[in-house]
Design a protein around this ligand. Sequence first.
Ligand code: APR
Ligand code: PHB
Length: 391
Amino acid sequence: MRTTVGIIGAGPAGLLLARLLHRAGIDSVVLESRDRAYVERRQRAGILEQGTVDVLREAGAAARMDREGLPHDGIELRFARRRHRVDFPALTGGRSVTVYAQTEVCKDLIALQLAEGGPLLFEAEALAVEGAESENPRVHFRHQGREDTLHCDYVVGCDGFWGVARTAMPEALSRVYERTYPYGWLGILADVPPSHDELVYARHDRGFALLSMRSPTVTRAYLQVPDGTDAADWTDDEIWDELDRRLETDDAWRLARGPVTAKSVTPMRSYVHEPMRHGRLFLAGDAAHIVPPTGAKGLNLAVGDVVTFARALVAYREKGDASRLDAYSDTCLRRVWQAERFSYAMTTMLHRAPDATPFDDRIQLARLDRITTARSAETDLAESYTGFPLD
Ligand code: APR
Ligand code: PHB
């Protein structure tokens, strides 16, 4: 098998890349190790930055998002039983975000790819990438029990944190920057309308809580839990009781409860692999970097990477200008590190570490107080949350 761009992984990064290349008249093949149902059901965050929304529209992949996505002009911060709304458009000159689940972004892109795009092979597991330094890199893969080779001009590893593409980077060139956190998130989906019309990020002495949503009738909520927690350790009532405690306010706000339809625990990690390119092998999305979910940046960073790659490849093919391909890693890493900084800041401001001292508590409250009283601090949060420019 032969193609211009071999794409490993059909998460949001690989699927959007295939779509962008197709629109630019560049052929690609997507190899995905899982089956379609698995990819379409995997629960992830669902906050689309303005730039992500714009890219999906330009890619002709926004019809359902424009109908069903919920535009959000702010978030609420809760701490010390107080509520503070951060007004995005007022602070950023009109920017906002859209709530539209990652599962739905993937479903839309898969349907378009199968209808209009190049091959998208499910249950096709990439085994190894070879020849990154040559003119014709190759991906060895297994599909329907048979081993095969995909010959490419470029390979883009969009295969997530556990993929194989990163392992093809020479060890002597690779640098890893990493931090783990001594807590995770217990997340639920519940059939009950969200109790607030915007997302609520709460800092509490018992730990962080987040009230989010998937639609006007489905609540998504998270609780900070100790590392190693099993979701089955928590009954539905215990989860609602704990959300009630951590989201408590001094006013009449109340949390509505409903049947819990899904429950899972996500670990928290910050991770960056540098560089993001070696020869004709490029890494994009979770294959190169992970952020803790507190800043809702994972999907948006993946989008940024593949937009940078697609634009760079188009510039090379249309104008013979390789400078943007050469700058791929530096261009992406600059944006990645801003997202790492923001996600780390949000995480450490809102979560209670197991060894937190009273001093640490006071610093967290002072950081929150600063955001609610200094426009410069609040603007920094609003600009970071709504997103960094794509180039
Ligand atoms: N061969 C083929 N496919 C693979 C392989 C392999 N060896 N290894 C992994 N994959 C597939 C996975 O099954 C998955 O579908 O690669 C895909 C990677 O997708 P994601 O993990 O969703 O990563 P990405 O597309 O970069 O999207 C980033 O995911 O983790 C979230 O919060 C993060 O929203 C962000 C988004
Ligand atoms: C979610 O709705 O799943 C979600 C929202 C915001 C976050 C993380 C997750 O910061």
